[in-house]
Design a protein around this ligand. Structure first.
Ligand SMILES: O=C(O)CCC(=O)C(=O)O
Ligand SMILES: [Fe+2]
Length: 245
């Protein structure tokens, strides 16, 4: 079984704690986990396949049926699914994979928006970020608090269609409560988007290169056409189908 590195689980600046027992990982207290250097052997393959091109933002998006073509992605997807099941997420399916590079210029143009404000996401996901290169503080790591993901479920479910305009998903959290997740290439960060998180700014020299896997449970899915009020009736019908009512 893999060794899990539970980084600074209870106190900032504390010693990482090692465990080989997934049941001991107290997911409900943190809602995220960094598995340090677990997939170092995949870094070259991922970089060759997905990071040759220049540019910032989402370089490439893949959906479930494209994953089996890439053994590295298949291995990472299977790992996340197994991990998710071990910490209590039943029925997860992969929604999409994003190959993402975040650089200073791109981040500046998005700096007044989520994800550069501490937030939760209306569309809840269980996510895994594979670090395709070392992520240090100047590279603008994601930063996250420790919280039981269920604590935010009432707020998430209450978010109206125009929640972004009203910034209702922005959560007031003190910077001192947040851990910037720096780690070497080949590490994976697993987290529930119900835990308040924020993208930090890379410096001019910095860049964050990750492959993001977004998984959802059937009951988390926001019905299609949400956000377009004129489709309200179709939306309600779709919702009834999805929830089996
Ligand atoms: O890129 C980041 O650091 C944050 C991403 C984010 O907010 C998300 O994946 O939900
Ligand atoms: Fe987010």
């Amino acid at each position: 079984m893999s060794m899990y590195l539970v980084m600074n689980k209870y106190q900032l600046g504390g010693q990482p704690e090692m465990t080989d027992d997934t049941s001991r990982i107290e997911w409900d207290k943190a809602g995220w986990l960094l598995v340090d250097s677990e997939f170092t052997s995949l870094v070259e393959e991922v970089r060759t396949a997905f990071f040759q091109q220049q540019g910032s933002g989402v370089l490439c998006e893949l959906v479930e049926h494209q994953v089996p073509r890439h053994p590295c992605l298949r291995q990472l997807r299977d790992y996340a699914l197994e991990f998710g099941a071990a910490v209590g997420y039943q029925g997860l399916t992969l929604h999409k994979v994003w190959v993402q590079r975040t650089e200073f210029d791109w981040a500046q143009t998005h700096s007044r928006q989520v994800p550069f404000e501490p937030h939760i996401d209306r569309q809840r996901y269980f996510k895994m970020m594979f670090y395709a290169r070392d992520v240090t503080l100047p590279d603008g790591p994601m930063s996250i608090v420790r919280r039981n993901p269920m604590q935010m479920e009432t707020l998430r479910k209450s978010l109206p269609d125009d929640y972004k305009d009203q910034r209702l998903n922005v959560v007031a959290v003190d910077k001192s409560e947040m851990t910037p997740i720096t780690a070497p290439a080949g590490s994976v960060l697993l987290f529930d988007t119900n835990v308040p998180h924020v993208a930090t700014m890379p410096t001019v020299q910095g860049a964050r290169e990750v492959v993001r896997f977004d998984f959802w449970c059937p009951e988390w899915k926001i019905p299609p056409h949400s956000g377009r009020p004129r489709h309200i009736f179709r939306r309600l019908a779709g919702h009834a189908r999805e929830t089996g009512r």
